[in-house]
Design a protein around this ligand. Structure first.
Ligand code: COA
Length: 206
């Protein structure tokens, strides 16, 4: 999670921020039309490592553990479990019937601003068939409804055309560019996108 985002920061009353933290702590699965999702445990690290090892999954995502080692994936799971206990992040995986990870979602939430970020990827064999777009829309709806956020802020690599198209279609506004820092200290430029609750509601009514 970059310290530079979200770009829009509207403080909410403490009681509202606390309720958002509680909603994040309560996350156990996500809406979806495919396999059920769940919060991974330490024992899921090898399956998650295998999923992240494909550059078609990990190359566009700045927050994936780097270098990609078993220890760093275990630490990534542990850090999200701690973040969820504190109501500020969550990690979920989806598996197929043989236990292979076929998707993951990562949330960063700023309860004090009722804002959040979603990151994620699908297994390469499931990409480019519309599932990512459908799943992202369901999850963004859920972030406004179940987490009660006012703002969703996303970042994408400059050449991530699929993510740009997906976000534009859903109604995200392109807000500018920042430099995102990966866990190994390397950096990449990112486009910043934001969608407010008002804009989301207006599109839902249209
Ligand atoms: C990003 C990701 C979740 C999107 O899911 P997906 O199922 O592959 O994407 P979709 O089939 O829903 O397509 C998304 C958009 O890209 C378009 N698209 C798909 N393939 C494309 C291509 N090769 N070139 C240009 N546009 C393309 C689709 O038409 C769609 O646009 P639309 O929403 O205007 O219809 C998935 O590709 C993925 O896991 N990528 C790797 C990790 C990643 O980039 N994560 C996001 C980091 S911010």
């Amino acid at each position: 999670m970059a310290d530079e985002i979200p770009l829009t920061r509207n403080a909410v009353p403490q009681a509202r921020a606390e309720a958002i933290r509680d909603a994040v702590r309560a996350i156990s699965s996500l809406p979806g039309d495919g396999a059920a999702s769940r919060v991974p445990e330490r024992a899921d690290a090898p399956a998650l490592l295998a999923f992240f090892s494909d550059p078609a999954v990990s190359a566009p995502i700045y927050s994936i553990p780097r270098p990609l080692t078993p220890e760093n994936v275990e630490a990534f799971i542990a850090s999200h479990r701690q973040g969820q206990a504190e109501g500020r992040s969550a990690l979920l995986i989806r598996e197929d019937e043989v236990g292979e990870v076929v998707g993951y979602s990562e949330f960063h939430v700023w309860p004090q601003w009722a804002a959040g970020e979603l990151g994620g990827a699908l297994h390469p064999r499931l990409q480019n068939q519309g599932a990512g777009g459908r799943g992202a829309l369901l999850t963004f709806n859920w972030m406004f409804d179940a987490l009660d956020l006012d703002l969703i802020c996303e970042t994408s690599a400059l050449d991530n055309i699929r993510t740009a198209k997906l976000l534009e279609r859903i109604g995200f506004a392109r807000m500018g560019e920042i430099v995102s820092t990966r866990p190994d200290g390397t950096t990449r430029p990112s486009i910043v996108w934001e969608l407010t609750r008002e804009a989301w509601r207006a599109r839902a009514k249209a």
